[in-house]
Write a protein that binds this ligand. Sequence first.
Ligand code: EPS
Length: 386
Amino acid sequence: MLAKIKYLTAGESHGKGLLGIIDGLPAGLDISEEDISQQLFRRQQGHGRGGRMKIETDYAEIYSGVRHGKSIGSPIGLVLLNKDFENWTQKMSTTPVSEDVKKVTLPRPGHADLAGVQKFDFDDIRNVLERSSARETAMRVALGTICRKLLKDTGIEVGSRVTQIYNVKDETPIPEGITPEALNEIADKSSVRCLDKNTETEMIAAIDNAKAEGDSVGGIFEVIATGLPYGLGSHTQWDQKLHARIAESIMSVNAFKGIEIGMGFDQAGKLGSEVHDEIGWDGEKYIRHSNNAGGIEGGMSNAQPIVIRAVMKPIPTLIKPLRSVDIQTKEDKLAHKERTDSCSVPAASIVAESMLCFVLADAMLEKFGGDTMEQLKAHIKVSGKY
Ligand code: EPS
């Protein structure tokens, strides 16, 4: 749960576009459409993307809340138009149409299709699939860029890389001491956002093989944040705990099925003495001899880098569809298929960065507060412990 920041998105995948509103940010934050574009571009990349990304050049127009390049404390509104809408004007018209629009009646296993039509009593799956599409994550990345900017201005960077696609794993650790932005620079040069060149080739082959079979693959990515002070989040109440807030945010992304923090699930097979990060004093400040906790102890940041990993399932839209049932006739049929991606794990890692940005920016505002960026920075200077 976010404490200080509120944000909402609206928009269907093939509708007119995506809308986003974010509220609760201080005045005086530099925000530009160029910054947002840069992140939107990153989300559009990746080996295994389908035809849609060739149609779109995602660009979010700042509609409100910014004046002469700076936030003014009011809600910030963004508008991102879908270029593809021109091909869907009848099918996705907001007003009634005379043309007969074919209904989608074959739910895809693993997608929101069947649960959605059951919930809303729809006879057309399109009413569900349009909003459940990961297209919506474009707006999350756009809004998340504003939080990323606040973090950057307070010394916090967020970056990511892909560690697994299908059964191909990159076991190499993130280079010691690398900044998240430097990590992104390297990862962004790879079409699968993988640091190891040999593994990259295998990952690309895994995606190509799946695609050739009409199938899809998922994977795992790692997100890191550095420059954090002690004490974001709190141990004092369940909904204050920083790792819980991060988990909620990350798990809200389409197709994300799990999250680990620090050593994560590997801790199950270790002794306590192998897991916990020993504490030292370097003459000026506390240090840790390792970071298995992933930067969070007792629900609070401990001034170490935050390290999380999340898993994305294979996309459920398959060119070689699975068995399903027609919701109109109840006949056994193969699931609906439409244009899709065979892998969008690299793009998902950018979305995950953005989701972490919301939580960390919110936790910084919660701890240090301020109506303006100047005030926020002054408060951090006075009471931030690193
Ligand atoms: C996406 C846009 C979609 C898909 C993908 C993500 O475009 P379209 O449906 O027009 O091809 O490429 O969404 C899915 C595969 C899904 O199942 O939701 C995007 O902008 O990221």
